[in-house]
Structure formats: structure tokens, C-alpha cells
Design a protein around this ligand. Sequence first.
Ligand code: GDP
Ligand code: MG
Ligand code: ZN
Length: 309
Amino acid sequence: MTGVVIKSTGSWYEVRTDSGATISCRLRGVFRLDETKDTTPLTVGDRVTVADTEGDWMITEIAERQNYIVRASPKHKGARQILAANMDQCLLIVTMANPRTSTGFIDRFLLTAEAYHIPVHLVFNKQDILDPKGLKKQQAVTEIYSHIGYPVHMVSTYTGQGISELRDLLRHKTTLVAGHSGVGKSSLLNKLDPALDLRTTDISQITGKGMHTTTFAEMHFMDFGAAIIDTPGVREFGLMHFLPEQISHYYVEMREFIPLCKFNNCMHDNEPGCAVKQAYLDGKIAEERYINYLTIMADYKANYKHWEE
Ligand SMILES: Nc1nc2c(ncn2[C@@H]2O[C@H](COP(=O)(O)OP(=O)(O)O)[C@@H](O)[C@H]2O)c(=O)[nH]1
Ligand SMILES: [Mg+2]
Ligand SMILES: [Zn+2]
């Protein structure tokens, strides 16, 4: 029988079979001996084959992944944790207020998703609380992203704005839902399908750092025919395994200019003859995106040696 891993708690895995049953499985011992630096050989979204062995369900085969996302393992230095696999797309939920998502966070997320070949839609939640100033800021931010090809959606789980369009976007697909704590991910999923009944956290109790109400990634099936992966830990998502000079290639609007730089190892900072910086100076690359790029670069430069350990 085949199915998909919908939850992993370490030694047990919940698998939803293709016939729609949910079963608890163990992983056959041999898979634990793998030579990668992954902390777990199996992740939510993995396609598996299961067999009934002496009354226990065993996972006997893992299909090759179409794609996956990783983060640095919070527990084991130098190891990586695969957060999810086999996604068709990703929804990054952001808010312009209460809490405000920074474009720096959005840009880090987008470049990582580019590297893993996962299309991203930006969902701006909490439309109901934006004052005129907030709306103006949102207008500026959404223009930056839609201009470079990322679809943007304005929604409110309170008023229902944009919810039916989101259902159309998710139907018949597997979608990773990401975003900081407090932006309304759980509320949004409940709004899309109230039967999910996920726990939400009152905004006044959200303290910021280290605040996660979801401990393990989990796949949910919605009544209108959508599979959703809800995952914690996007704060650290993807901050590894890239070399600083790769980053600009994952900045979609920089790609056309990179080959025009004078030096082929150009980092697009202060090198002479840099076509990317020139594009920014000419207004062809948004200032906020370029500034964030420099910050992200500096960060990677400071850290990448550590990832190679
Ligand atoms: N004003 C407003 N608040 C929202 C909206 N969606 C969610 N919230 C609130 O935001 C807080 C965090 O929601 P939650 O779904 O737990 O966020 P999560 O941490 O991303 O899963 C809760 O207090 C929700 O009631 C919205 O569309 N508008
Ligand atoms: Mg939540
Ligand atoms: Zn350059």
C-alpha cells in the first residue's frame, strides 16, 4: 500500500493511505542508517510504501522527493532537519500590522524558496485592521513583489475577504503554509475549513521570539480537496547550505543583470562595473530589496563557514 506521511514525531509516523485511512507506522531499521546529515530520514509530505508486518505497520520504501525544505537542526549542530517534502506551492502569510512582517524576512524566505524551486504566493492577512497609513505601506510593499512576479493576495480571516479565492488556489494541491507566529496561520486554516479546529493564540500572548504553538509539521486535508502543510520553525528556515555568491541568483529580478557584471565573482556590493548595482541605481531593482540583499549577504558571509563544519 502507498500513502503520504502526514505527521512525524520521531519514532512514529502517521501515514494517510491512498484509500484515505490514517495509520501509525514505524520505519524499518535500515533507513535509520543513512549517511546524510539529516536528523530524520523521513518528513511530512514523503510518499511511502507501507506493509503490515506481524501486526505492525512498517514503512518499507520512501519515494524520491520532488522537492523539500530544510533548516539547521535546533538540537544538533551542523545537522539539517528536513521540514517538509513534495510541495506544489507555498503560501507565505504576512501582516503589515500586529505584528508587522519585515521585508527582510520576506526576502530571505523568497530566496530560499527559489533555491528549492517552490513557487510562493504572498498572503497579506489582517486587512481589517489596516489604517490609511498601513494601507499605503502595504500598497508599496505589494507593488514590489507583484512587479517581480510573486502573486499577492489580500485576506482577512475576520471579515472573510479573499478566502474563497484562496480555496481556489489551494484546491487539488499540496501547499506549505508559513509565516511568523501571530500572523494568523491557524486562524486562516480554520477559516478555510472549520472542521480543522486548530488552536489559535491570542495576539496579546504572543511574545515574539521562540513562540511556537505548533511543535511538529503536520499535513491537513481540507474538505474542498486541498492538502496543507503547517510547519513551525520558519524563522530558521533555509539559513544554510548556500554560498554567499549564490544568493543573488535566487533574487529573481537580479538574474538578468548578473551576467553583465564586469567580474564573474561579483557580489554586487561595491565592485566596479557591477550591473546589478547599476540596475538598482537606475530604479530597476527596488531599494528595499537591494538593501535587504546586502544585509542577507553580510549574514551569510559571517555564517557560512560554520555550516560547512
Ligand atoms: N484583526 C485580525 N486578527 C486576526 C486575523 N487573523 C487572525 N487574527 C488574530 O491573530 C492572532 C494570532 O492568530 P493565530 O491564527 O494563532 O496565528 P498563527 O500563530 O500564525 O497560527 C489571534 O489573536 C487571531 O485572532 C485577521 O484577519 N484580522
Ligand atoms: Mg498557529
Ligand atoms: Zn555585480
